[in-house]
Design a protein around this ligand. Sequence first.
Ligand code: GLN
Length: 326
Amino acid sequence: MKLTLQTLWEEGAESLRRSGIGEAELDAKYLLFEAFQTDMVHFLMHRNEEVKDEDSVKRAVADYRRMIEKRSERIPLQQITGSREFMGLEFSVNEHVLIPRQDTETLVEQVLKDFQGKNPEVLDLCTGSGCIGISLSILGGWQEVTLADISLKALLVAKKNAEDLMTAKLHPIRLSSEGQEESPWRWRLTSELPGLEDKTAGVQNITLVESDLFSSLSGDGKQKFDVIVSNPPYIPTNVIEELEPEVRDHEPRLALDGMEDGLYFYRRLAEECGSYLKPGGTVYFEIGYDQGQAVSGLLREAGFQNVLVYQDAPGLDRVVKGTAAS
Ligand code: GLN
């Protein structure tokens, strides 16, 4: 039988179906496009032609089959291709970060809408791939965004994403490094639009800091933000076992596990955020679909006002916002 893109696609889709993958045809097609560095148009035009007997093509076929094999082991598609689109930007991902979800765009869109035309200082806690903070920096054009995570491996992904996506001239400064126990890993990336009269106008800073929530942010109350955003781990521990194998076995537990009732991090956030917000500052948390009431309650108890719950595109509760007293 001659080997064509069509037969390769069918062969891959069949293996994925046998492994119980819901979107077997679609996933096989994405992997085929990835291995052959091609797209739908090329596929539709050439799918029945015999693939060439050349080394580069043989390598692509071998890569494709290896990727199908991995996907059959329920490794998430995005961990195999190494990237995921979020807010129209291409984020690199690996097994150390949660793959950005479309649901999370609800949070980013709400913050962008509320602060349109302003220049808030933003802190993104539990940043993971950096998808929330980096898209706010880029799409809002905001000048001071801090990304914090307890995981250094996640921060390295966030740093790569910030470097790849900040298009202007970059000046990275290492503020401290790994292995220095007394000072956490900290980097500051400054991007500068060239040729602007007002030197401060085009400058954007993204600071990355290794921190267990606020632990490495200055505790003296000097460092305060207009906006604190977070998509913390919020799945109750016993629910994790019920998730799809892609999530349960291959995404970082550290990014998912919200302890007994899933609310552990919201309790800590509600308690601690106030000390790091400017008067009238705002918090935005992503939440699980059934956590709207509980998290709103925690924010109100902690003295936040105008607490609101927003829904995602499918209509499920997804974001809670609260405002500190001014
Ligand atoms: N929304 C993610 C999921 O359903 C969980 C994200 C989180 O815990 N922050 O897998």
